[in-house]
Unconditional design. Structure first.
Length: 290
């Protein structure tokens, strides 16, 4: 049965008891509005760890647009029902003041963390302060839970780089990045998909088609980041979506700008707007199946 806890203090005590009992602890941090992608992370944690907990917190620190924060979907009761069916042991939420009691809930009184060089470019450029907000809350979540392993989805590729660097700086936990879950159309599962109209859901599939076009270029032998990105950009330009960026990077040597040398490894990354909904996705070109 799922233990549903109201605040980080109660979660900290629950996790302390689990560790004291010698059981391994897996952790899945979320902002709620759960979908199959989140549940796949819970399943991965369940396979690797004796106990699994999930945080459900829409973190205001990582939103550069207050309107986006207000529109973000929320359904805590529905989320907990899904987590219980998925075999999660504990879920917790809280307020900004509960996560950062030393601040009284005031953003300006919080000690923000530097997200590091992996935050430069792309999402870091288009969403100023976003990764500082991510690093700040994830560091606090790791302190509350102190898990053996934390599980993140590959859809937020740049975020996984920031989180891995953060975990290294903190001395843990082990960060496990799980494959992106997709709808049958290829659209990456995301909480924001709930805000898409039926037509928007069809239109948004152009993002996955664009990524596959870049991968086709890789299979043909292209190794130039600009040429690979152009393949993807061409698909989006023929769609109704508004592209914010279409880029290719070396996934093991992150750079704010596209690398100039021929690539040995590559990941294509896209951010685009479908109406008012902003979507991101990525695809490893050198190893993902089309």
């Amino acid at each position: 049965m799922l233990a549903r806890l109201p605040d980080p203090a109660a979660a900290r005590e629950w996790c302390r008891r689990v560790r004291a009992g010698g059981e391994s602890l897996g952790f899945v941090p979320t902002m709620g509005a759960l979908h199959q992608g989140h549940l796949s992370l819970v399943a991965a944690a369940r396979r690797e760890c004796a106990r699994v907990c999930v945080s459900v917190f829409v973190n205001p620190l990582q939103f550069d647009d207050p309107r986006d924060f207000e529109r973000y979907p929320r359904d805590l009761d529905g989320d907990c029902a899904l987590l219980e069916r998925a075999g999660c042991d504990m879920a917790f939420s809280g307020t900004l003041a509960q996560f950062f009691p030393e601040s009284g809930g005031r953003r300006e009184a919080i000690a923000w963390r530097d997200p590091g060089p992996c935050a430069e470019g792309l999402e870091g450029e288009h969403r100023p302060g976003h990764f500082a907000g991510v690093a700040t809350i994830v560091a606090r979540l790791f302190d509350v839970v102190r898990p053996d392993a934390a599980f993140f989805g590959a859809k937020d590729f740049q975020q996984t780089l920031v989180v891995r660097e953060l975990a290294r700086a903190l001395g843990g936990p082990r960060v496990v990045v799980c494959p992106t879950e997709r709808e049958p159309s290829g659209l990456a599962r995301a909480s924001r998909n709930q805000r898409l109209t039926p037509q928007g859901r069809e239109d948004a599939v152009a993002i996955h088609r664009a990524l596959l076009a870049a991968r086709a270029g890789w299979v043909e032998g292209l190794r130039d980041a600009g040429e690979l990105a152009a393949r993807a950009r061409g698909v989006l330009e023929r769609s109704v979506l508004e592209a914010e960026y279409v880029e290719v990077r070396d996934p093991q040597r992150w750079t704010a700008k596209a690398p100039r040398e021929p690539l040995e490894r590559a990941v294509a990354l896209v951010a685009a707007r479908c109406g008012e909904v902003r979507l991101i996705d990525n695809l490893r070109l050198d190893r993902d199946a089309p």
